[in-house]
Write a protein that binds this ligand. Sequence first.
Ligand code: EPU
Length: 338
Amino acid sequence: MLREQVSLQALNTFGVAATARWYGEAASPAELAQLLADPRVADLPLLVLGGGSNLLLTRDFDGLVLRYTDDHIRAIARGRDSHLIEVGAGMNWHAFVDWSLAHGYVGLENLALIPGTVGAAPIQNIGAYGVEVERFINAVEVFDRERGCTTIHKHDACGFDYRWSRFKRDGERDRHIVVNVRLRLPRQGELQLDYPGIREELATMGIAAPNARDVFDAVCAIRRRKLPDPAVIGNAGSFFKNPIVAAEIAQALLAKHPGAPTFDAGAGRRKLSAAWLIDQCGLKGYRDGDAGVSAQHALVLVNHGAASGADLWRVAQHVQATVRERFAIELQPEPVVV
Ligand code: EPU
């Protein structure tokens, strides 16, 4: 059912005020097709909302805002070492990670507490603590608006990269709506403990031989401590991607700042820490009215109360300009900016 003039304030984790001209929810591909064909919205711009946790609304949306709500989980094939699990795009990601561990699967524990839905996970290839979701993705089923039916994209056709997939490309972003994600989940597997902080956290917890649930608990503890909670202060997680640069640029940075964190990014490139760059510019805790940079983590922009999307976008541009001036490095936003 379509509703007109709907407030999106409770539907984005920044908590900024914005209104959708039209808003609708669908729980199946058939309902989706019906909504999209409605003559009142058929020719208007479309914005698909997941958990609203990776989105900055800088204005009202003069089109259709859509949520896909199906959150079923079912095993579609059971092998000896792994099972193929299909999950509705509307399922909450963290609840699914919890479900997977409770049902004896291993692998998703490092991705605990990432806000958002299962449907959004492949779109930006969510990652944390040394693991990216693409490792577990077998296929993504989308509703293709051009063809008017669902199609399945196997892993290799998804164009996964760091916080990136084909579903973010211009032209594809509005064409495909994720309806199901198929994940191949191992029954056993090695734990990924190498990301800085994980082993220390487990040691603090007094755990010498961790299992997947222990790693989940450690990741939750680190995230709760390091990242501001959107339920308490509006934010959308990391606001900028970590810049990936040529090795020479990383070397030049290290020559001047031996303490700068850099990571291998393959193909002779290095990933720099956007949080570190922003922090070095003295911007951690920066505030312009109610919009600002988190005092807890320099990569997170926060809404202290009544900031508008435009206020937050102004802070984002200030951060970009300051880092550009100081380091000649361009920061790219991670969330979708409308
Ligand atoms: N740092 C600072 N100042 C800060 C915070 C961090 O200098 O205020 C430095 C730290 O010293 C550390 C480095 O920055 O050496 C990296 O920090 P952190 O481990 O917190 O990770 P990140 O690179 O800032 C990325 C992801 C996060 C993910 C964490 C953990 C991106 C854009 N962000 O952040 O993902 O949780 O690693 O794996 O890749 C998200 O995408 O929304 C997100 C939160």
